[in-house]
Design a protein around this ligand. Structure first.
Ligand SMILES: C[S@@+](CC[C@H](N)C(=O)[O-])C[C@H]1O[C@@H](n2cnc3c(N)ncnc32)[C@H](O)[C@@H]1O
Length: 261
């Protein structure tokens, strides 16, 4: 079994994730999940920051379907930034998108730069939820939304042995936090209209379907591209994830809150 200390979005990982989650996505649910967590928020013409833009599918979708005026996607991986630029070009949205490679840490943008901030399943990688919430608040214009999805913990404190086994196999560091921690961070930053929508039940079924596809229809095609060892490792990750989803310890969640106008 391959053990990685930190989740790396290298070519093999991206090939596998896109096979399971669709082109441009390194997170589950694709554009349907994005549309759900953005439901009721009008982003037409808006300037939007996407934290952890990954493979760029969300950013293209924001321009094409939500008619966003300008998306700034940030990521810490220069290879992913190149992929985002290529995807934007292929989709004819280069004019409306900008992708910036950043160092982990404070957001490199002036106060009140964006109408909205989004992020899909990336904030799990950022341990300081209070620092991040305050920084998102700072870069938002008054009245601006933060609307995102993320992987949350269904517990506070130390992970159970099953959760620990999953986090290590996945290569996630221990930056995962509970809804309670996120809420406290958002409140301390000054946000209002804070809402969480728990997606555990949805993803419990979805993750089984994904794992079965990896073992079934996707197996041969992926084996020839990423190798059997890596593929078997990822199927093991999915098996471990299903255990912690069933135990309610892993809780994919939609988050939203607003900076007072
Ligand atoms: C699970 S992927 C999600 C990517 C994309 N949002 C999606 O839904 O397909 C997490 C992404 O967060 C990025 N990331 C990790 N730490 C980060 C940080 N401190 N700032 C910005 N991006 C970060 C990773 O490089 C990776 O691309």
């Amino acid at each position: 079994m391959t053990e990685k200390s930190i989740q790396e979005y290298d070519d093999d990982m991206n090939t596998l994730l896109e096979a399971v989650w669709g082109p441009g996505f390194a997170s589950p649910g694709g554009t349907d999940e994005v549309d759900l967590y953005l439901q009721g928020i009008d982003l037409a013409g808006a300037s939007v920051l996407d934290i952890g833009c990954g493979l760029g599918g969300l950013d293209v979708h924001l321009v094409k379907q939500h008619k966003v005026g300008k998306v700034t996607g940030i990521d810490i991986d220069p290879g992913l930034i190149r992929r985002c630029n290529r995807l934007a070009e292929k989709n004819g949205v280069s004019e409306q998108t900008e992708f910036v490679c950043v160092e982990p840490g404070p957001l490199p943008f002036a106060d009140a730069s964006f109408d909205a901030v989004t992020s899909k399943d990336s904030i799990i990688h950022i341990a300081d939820k209070h620092g991040l919430a305050a920084d998102i608040y700072r870069v938002l214009k008054p009245g601006g939304w933060f609307a995102a999805s993320d992987w949350l913990a269904g517990y506070d404190g130390k992970p159970s042995p099953e959760m620990q086994a999953y986090l290590i196999a996945e290569g996630f560091d221990f930056g995962i936090a509970s809804a309670n921690t996120y809420r406290l961070a958002m409140e301390a930053a000054g946000f209002e209209d804070i809402e969480f929508v728990d997606r555990n039940e949805w993803y419990r079924d979805e993750a089984r379907r994904e794992r079965d596809q990896l073992r079934g229809a996707l197996y041969d095609g992926l084996e020839s591209r990423v190798g059997a060892e890596f593929l078997e490792h990822e199927i093991d990750v999915w098996d471990k994830m299903i255990v912690v989803l069933d135990q309610g310890l892993m809780r994919p969640t939609h988050l939203r809150c607003r900076k007072p106008g």
